[in-house]
Design a binder for this molecule. Structure first.
Ligand code: C2E
Ligand code: CA
Ligand code: CA
Length: 492
């Protein structure tokens, strides 16, 4: 027989009672030690989620017993993405110090009766009796000010953003699990909306339920239709991307037209849905992979069909841009899918452009380079989407075989009034020229923007001023009209 530490227990054979007693008390101590380990976070010394479950139950029981309906607020404080990057990129002693200090800062604001728990690495939970409405607002003001203070170390000055969600007992749920769930939903909304604080409201629950429903219906659409029949529910719109030969008073001269394919979902119950409502979900669940594959094939088939009808030649054959999501791009087989879509339709690679965001390019530069080289080998063009919204610098771009840069519409929308945007865009134009890249301005809505950009040397334009995204037939009609008008578009 062995004791708890695996040591042979020889004395037991002799029936030594005092040894048994010793063993027993050693066992009790070890259990207490293990309980402490489980109930206290090593980095902060604060109680863990094990304690939270128990103490939340106790707090609710206490309020029920005393009939005190003043209740309490339950707060979930989550450290933002920049905490995760500190953890990944800097020494672990720094992230541990940040956690410890965050715990201390929150504790310094607590009053007798308040409780704090360190429930996950980047998450703290607070129970604040009778602190609601104005009193909670006052607490939050001080909490946010404390958490926003940068953490200073030798050589580092690190600011960590936190998002807080709260629910009230008993207003938002009588049971422990209900108010934890409500506070969690509120914290999720704070993270999503990039707010420091969100208080639970029933609408958030509806939104969370809708999100799950939408997720389920993407699965259903994909499962029931199968990849070949996605066209029953999903369709592509085409937004003209025009390259100009001149800019005149009230008109622009068009050298060539390309288009960006943008997905739309004809949802059987919810009607017409734009990509912002479901692409992030499809990305989260991985369903973007079959959907993205269908999209690439769809673009290739559409081009081949237009070619067969003799509708795509306007001096130069039409090129379609397709958006590749980060996950699709990382999935390794993106190049294979494009290659087989081209092979099955007999299209040349240069008829397709893939649009990738800066963030997906720079996530893993080595792997990116290999995948981009495969695209280039197929003749497919590569475009950087939403340029300027990520953190990459233009100086890194020359490492990749790129063809085009699309300046995000954020920089374009106030070009006529914002001097700083003008400086940024004008330097982008000259660097893009230096690197031999085609430049496209996105989200062009005002004629003044076209004039300013044209004078800077930008030749590619996309935006509502030229045309909204159109169904396939509408896009063909757009091209026919530009041709009929002598390769000109009126802009006013
Ligand atoms: P994006 O790639 O930046 O696409 C351009 C978006 O800007 C489109 O929205 C388009 O309708 C909109 N837009 C174009 N011109 C203007 C303008 O002048 N003013 C304003 N305010 N907006 C303009 P849409 O179609 O809702 O697409 C939103 C995003 O969804 C796209 O942004 C893209 O990131 C994603 N997306 C769309 N289709 C696909 C797809 O097939 N696959 C993937 N992975 N993502 C897609
Ligand atoms: Ca795009
Ligand atoms: Ca874009």
């Amino acid at each position: 027989m062995k004791d708890i530490d695996g040591e042979p227990v020889s004395a037991l054979a002799d029936g030594d009672i005092s040894h048994l007693r010793n063993e027993n008390s050693r066992l009790i101590n070890r259990v207490a030690q293990l309980e402490r380990m489980l109930s206290l976070q090593p980095q902060t010394g604060l109680p863990t989620h094990f304690r939270l479950e128990l103490e939340l139950e106790e707090t609710i029981d206490e309020f029920r017993r005393t009939g005190d309906r003043g209740g309490f607020s339950l707060l979930i404080v989550q450290l933002g993405d920049n905490y995760a990057s500190v953890r990944k990129t800097l020494k672990s002693s720094i992230s541990e110090w940040i956690l410890y200090e965050t715990g201390c800062r929150i504790q310094s604001l607590l009053e007798p009766g308040d409780k704090i728990f360190h429930t996950h690495e980047n998450e703290f939970v607070l129970i604040l009796p009778r602190r609601k409405g104005k009193a909670l607002e006052e607490f939050l003001r001080r909490l946010i000010a404390q958490l926003d203070e940068p953490h200073i170390f030798s050589g580092f000055n690190i600011a960590i953003k936190a998002a807080t969600g709260a629910s009230y007992w008993p207003e938002h749920g009588e049971e422990r699990s209900a108010i934890l769930h409500r506070a969690d939903i509120a914290a999720g909304a704070a993270v999503e909306e990039r707010k420091s604080f969100v208080l639970f409201k029933p609408e958030l629950l509806r939104r969370a339920v809708e999100k799950v429903e939408l997720q389920n219906s993407i699965v259903k659409a994909l499962e029931s239709a199968g990849i070949e029949n996605l066209g029953d529910q999903f369709t592509l719109y085409y937004q003209p991307k025009v390259f100009l030969s001149s800019v005149g008073e009230g008109f622009i001269g068009v050298e060539r037209i390309e288009a960006e394919a943008l997905i739309r979902w004809m949802h059987p119950q919810k009607g017409f849905l734009g990509p912002d409502t479901f692409i992030p979900l499809a990305e989260e669940t991985g369903l973007i992979l079959p959907l993205g594959k269908w999209l690439i094939y769809q673009c290739a088939r559409r081009l081949a069909a237009w070619d067969a009808e003799g509708r795509t030649s306007m001096g130069i054959s039409l090129n379609l841009s397709v958006n590749l999501s980060a996950r699709q791009f990382r999935s390794q087989d993106a190049a294979d899918i494009i290659a087989s879509a081209l092979a099955s339709t007999g299209l040349a690679g240069n008829r397709l452009t893939v649009e990738l965001t800066e963030t997906s390019l720079f996530e893993d530069p080595e792997a990116t380079k290999l995948t981009l080289e495969r695209f280039s080998a197929l003749g497919v063009k590569i475009s950087v989407d939403d340029f300027g919204t990520g953190y990459s610098s233009l100086s890194h771009l020359h490492r990749f075989p790129l063809d085009e840069i699309k300046i995000d519409r954020l920089f374009i929308e106030n070009l006529d009034s914002n001097h700083q945007d003008k400086i940024i865009v004008s330097s982008l134009v000259s660097i893009a020229k230096g690197l031999g890249l085609t430049l496209v301005a996105e989200g062009v809505e005002k004629p003044e923007a076209i004039k300013i950009l044209w004078d800077m040397g930008c030749r590619g334009f996309q935006g509502f001023l030229i045309s909204k995204p159109l169904p396939a037939e509408g896009f063909m009609a757009f091209c026919d009209k530009v041709k009929a008008d002598g390769m000109r578009i009126r802009i006013e």
